[in-house]
Design a protein around this ligand. Sequence first.
Ligand code: ZN
Length: 94
Amino acid sequence: MKEYCQKRKSRNQEKLHKFLHWIYAQECRRLGILDYFGEKHREVNPICCDICGMDAEKMAVVWPEVKVDPVNSFSNWKKELAYILLKKENGNEK
Ligand SMILES: [Zn+2]
């Protein structure tokens, strides 16, 4: 049992290490995810990731059906969190 727990802990620590590397790496997040699942990057996507230059304003242009408020959405985490929490408290969650 102890050996099983140690192996599991080691495996989970390795996963955590890979995840942290992915978060802090300065390379394309899409490529990192594809690499994790053993897939290759096939096409260039204009909506890629924050590392490749995607932000809320560009996303609103490329993906208009996704409602993004560039001023409040990603620029201030406190406003974003308040928006999410107040939305759920008021029962406005769709
Ligand atoms: Zn990218």
